[in-house]
Structures are given as structure tokens and as C-alpha cells.
Write a protein that binds this ligand. Structure first.
Ligand code: ZN
Ligand code: ZN
Length: 315
């Protein structure tokens, strides 16, 4: 699994920092979180290809988070026979997508399903064969959602010794047990997967939370995440401004990461008032509260390994 920061800016695109957008690539499928204005520019630089794009999750209907959607739809429509696309977002997302498509008169050659949050939605927004996506309202100047991408747990580790002891010979029967099927041994004993598999192994969890003040939903989404992209828009000298505009400082983001016991955190949605040369300051402030944090740059790519594959430090 890899996460690619397509854009790390907030408010307006800068020559050196595009707007909020992050892609998760898992087994050839692409899940995009936010699509700020101009997302397709860095998307192309990242060379992700558009065929695998199956979902866009929008946090809220501010221009720096959603104006890139029409461009991504048009990009996908250039493919021959693209797969369907799902769009998740707050109330109003469907109207935004439909109206822009009508007004800009572009044609789509694939089905688009828009799923909008509502008060009865519950925390599970979407599920496919490899992951589940959760959403929670956060606290911004207009209704905004945070997301969590949770890979399904995997079956437990197979024990060849146990299988042999139970009389299951090495071969296709082992494969069937690993797929969760019961099998019959040559001596006609039925062996179930639970007899030869260890406990289920945890999948990988990614949080994406931007444009919010600290709020309960933010903690819930970040809790025990392997990697969390959290808004760290301002230095603490601009904390008052952050509060007025419904945003967070880098320190606040780092405190959330620590309390939610995130494995590692990347700060994103950086204010256009900071040059890239000033980002070290943001990072230093954040590290006073949480060690495993860094500031993200456009096109940074993060490999996310299974916890049992990690042999060394976290960042
Ligand atoms: Zn924003
Ligand atoms: Zn906003």
C-alpha cells in the first residue's frame, strides 16, 4: 500500500504547493481523498494512471478541496470503457457534480455513484473487497468530513506443522484451508481453518483529516492509525487565526496524533503564507509534541507496511 500526497496546500494553489489531495494505491486500485483545484496536474506528475481510480472522497465543499473533481472526471472519461466511480462527500456533493457536468457540458462514459453523508449514515461510508472507508463530521466553518481508510483484516498465519499433525498432506488442501475452507484429510477427518490458522492479522489504517479544529471525530478517525494525514496549517504564532478560520496549528495536529497513538503523522493543508523554506519551523513545533511527525510536500510517497513487516524506526 502506498499513499501519495498529490497536493499539500490550503486556500489557494501556489507555484510550489498544489491544493488538498491524497491518493491511496492498493493492489492497482486508487482511492483519492479530496481533489482541490488543479489536482490532475500533480496526479499526472505522480504517474498514477487513471484506470484504477475507483473512488473520490471529498471532505467538504470549499474550492480548495473539490474544484479538481470535474478535471478528474474528464481525465477518466478519456479512457476507453472506464470502470464505475464512487464519490463520497457531504450533502450537496451530488448537486455540485451534476451541475458542473451540465454547465461545462462534458460527457461521461462511466457510471458515477455519489454517496452523501446524512444524519443516519453511521460511520461506515463505503466497503469493497479490500477495504472499508469510515467518515466522521469534524469542526470547520462549514460542514466537513474526515475519513479513515481501513484495510480488511487478513486471515491468520498458516501453520504447516499443525496441518501435518492433523493429517493434511502438503498440496492443494493447504491452499483451501488458507482460503477459509474446511477440508477432508485422506483419513476422512474434517479439518477447519481455525485449527491451522493463527488469529486474524490487522489490516492497515490511514486517516485523512483536514480543515477542522480539534474535535472528537478527529480522534476517532486517527485512533491507532498506521499513518495519519492531519491538517497542520499554521505555526502557533498564528493560533488565533487558526481558531477563527476553523483550522489547526501544527502543534494541535501533533497533540492529536500523540493522544490517538498514531504510528506516524504527516502534516498537510499548509497555509499559503509560508514559503517551503519555513516548513522546518512547523515541523519543529510539531515534534515537541509528537516524535513521529513530518511536514508533507507535494508528491511525497509513503509506503505503508503491515505492522509485522516493520523492522526498524517509524519515520
Ligand atoms: Zn481548505
Ligand atoms: Zn475549508
Amino acid at each position: 500500500m502506498e499513499c501519495v500526497l498529490i497536493g499539500t496546500g490550503g486556500m489557494m494553489p501556489m507555484p510550489y504547493r498544489m491544493l488538498s489531495s491524497m491518493a491511496i494505491r492498493l493492489n492497482g486500485k486508487l482511492y483519492l481523498f479530496d481533489a482541490g483545484e488543479g489536482t490532475q496536474i500533480n496526479w499526472k506528475k505522480a504517474r498514477l494512471g487513471v484506470r484504477g481510480l475507483k473512488l473520490i472522497a471529498v471532505t467538504h465543499l470549499h474550492a480548495d478541496h473539490c474544484l479538481g473533481i470535474p478535471g478528474m472526471l474528464m481525465l477518466k472519461a478519456q479512457m476507453e470503457a472506464p470502470e464505475p466511480l464512487t464519490i463520497l462527500g457531504p450533502p450537496g456533493t451530488r448537486e455540485f457534480v451534476e451541475r458542473t457536468r451540465e454547465m461545462l457540458a462534458f460527457r461521461l462514459n462511466f457510471p458515477v455513484e455519489v454517496i452523501e453523508w446524512n444524519a443516519q449514515s453511521g460511520s461506515a461510508a463505503y466497503r469493497d473487497e479490500q477495504a472499508q472507508i469510515y467518515w466522521e463530521p469534524v469542526k470547520h466553518t462549514r460542514f466537513c468530513l474526515g475519513y479513515r481508510f481501513s484495510e480488511h483484516d487478513r486471515a491468520g498465519k498458516f501453520s504447516p506443522e499443525r496441518a501435518e499433525a492433523l493429517g493434511v498432506p502438503m498440496g492443494p488442501l493447504w491452499g483451501r484451508l488458507q482460503k477459509g475452507e474446511c477440508v477432508q484429510t485422506p483419513r476422512e477427518r474434517t479439518v477447519s481453518p481455525s485449527e491451522v490458522l493463527g488469529p486474524p492479522r490487522r489490516g492497515r489504517h490511514i486517516a485523512f483529516v483536514v480543515d477542522t479544529r480539534p474535535a472528537p471525530g478527529v480522534y476517532a478517525l486517527c485512533k491507532d492509525a498506521d499513518l495519519a494525514f492531519i491538517e497542520g496549517m499554521f505555526l502557533s504564532e498564528h493560533a488565533e487565526h487558526a481558531e477563527q478560520k476553523g483550522h489547526m496549528t501544527a502543534c494541535e495536529a501533533a497533540q492529536i496524533a500523540r493522544q490517538a497513538q498514531v504510528a506516524r503523522t504527516v502534516l498537510t493543508h499548509i497555509s499559503p503564507r509560508y514559503e517551503n523554506s519555513e516548513l522546518k519551523g512547523l515541523e519543529q513545533e510539531a515534534r515537541e509534541h509528537f516524535r513521529h511527525v513530518r511536514v508533507g510536500h507535494d508528491l511525497d510517497t509513503f509506503e505503508v507496511h503491515y505492522p509485522e513487516e516493520l523492522s526498524c524506526g517509524r519515520l
